[in-house]
Ligand binder design. Structure first.
Ligand SMILES: [Fe+2]
Length: 296
């Protein structure tokens, strides 16, 4: 088996491979057929692949605003979720910012089973107005980011393969819920997500869209800040992985200069060597908010 350092640690919606979409279907740009790379942990597991296809079908048939049908998780997959939470409970106490820990308490997510997107979405919506809608896999960065403007987070619903419970090469329901949905239970983080979406909607050129995608990566996905002189995470890519939370302490920390972050390349195939660090949650919120409001 290849190790995570050989492969993408977290391909995400802002660094996706371009997917083919059937433009004759209005919802096709949100969805793609499940195609696993030969080095994907689930590539040789026909049951896993069949389940991935069934879960993808839910997204393909989903009509925005409707209740999200339950995904057919197996007991083995619930065990993956338990393993992830076991690793993260301690890691969060050590490395997560206070705003995130408060959101975890607020949502009261189950640790013994994978919650369904429907139930998580209902809880988040009552707090920040954000709701989750299922997608089959990675979607175009513009589609993903623009949906944030409407208070919609496009979320995958499958879970990573049980052979690698602490590693996923693509966003899965653990990353979406433990990272994104939890942070969207923070009204301020939800507002920043909406502002990213609105800025993307005002953006025409591909180069400017790429800068916003980088900005999203270095803040919403991999943002860090200081609290009581300690380095803490508010980024979803960090908060959904115990390995990332440990590794962030080895990164080169740069001041939260959003202009620089928007021009900083990143490599999703390894732990991030460079992170942008705010002096506080408040500073991060104000800086990012005003930058996005001024974005032309
Ligand atoms: Fe993400």
């Amino acid at each position: 088996m290849t190790t995570p350092t050989d492969q993408a640690l977290l391909l995400d919606h802002v660094d996706m491979r371009i997917v083919a979409a059937d433009i004759t279907d209005a919802t096709a740009d949100r969805n793609t057929i499940v195609q696993l790379d030969p080095d994907h942990p689930g590539f040789r597991d026909p049951e896993y692949r069949a389940r991935r296809n069934r879960i993808a079908q839910i997204a393909l048939e989903y009509k925005p605003g409707a209740l999200i049908p339950d995904a057919p998780y197996t007991e083995e997959e619930h065990e993956v979720w338990r393993t992830i939470w076991e690793a993260l409970t301690f890691a969060h106490q050590q490395h997560a910012c206070r705003e995130y820990l408060e959101c975890v308490k607020r949502l009261e997510l189950p640790h013994d089973r994978i919650p369904q997107l429907r139930e998580v979405s209902e809880k988040v919506e009552t707090i920040s107005g954000f709701r989750l809608e299922p997608v089959a896999g990675l979607v175009e960065p513009r589609v993903f980011l623009e949906s944030l403007a409407e208070g919609v987070f496009l979320s995958t619903q499958y879970i990573r393969h049980h052979s690698t419970p602490l590693y996923t090469p693509e966003p899965d329901v653990a990353h979406e819920i433990i990272g994104h949905a939890v942070t969207l239970a923070s009204p301020r983080l939800a507002e920043l997500n909406r502002l990213v979406g609105r800025a993307v909607k005002r953006t025409i050129s591909a180069g400017a869209l790429e800068r916003l995608a980088r900005l999203y990566w270095f803040t919403i996905e991999f943002g860090v800040l200081r609290e009581d002189d300690k380095l803490k995470a508010y980024g979803t890519g960090l908060l959904s992985s115990a390995g990332e939370l440990e590794a962030m302490h080895n990164a080169e920390l740069r001041p939260l200069d959003l202009e620089a972050a928007s021009r900083q390349d990143f490599n999703p195939t390894d732990f991030q060597p460079v992170l942008f660090c705010a002096n506080s949650f408040d500073e991060m919120y104000e800086t990012l908010k005003h930058y996005l409001l001024r974005w032309e």
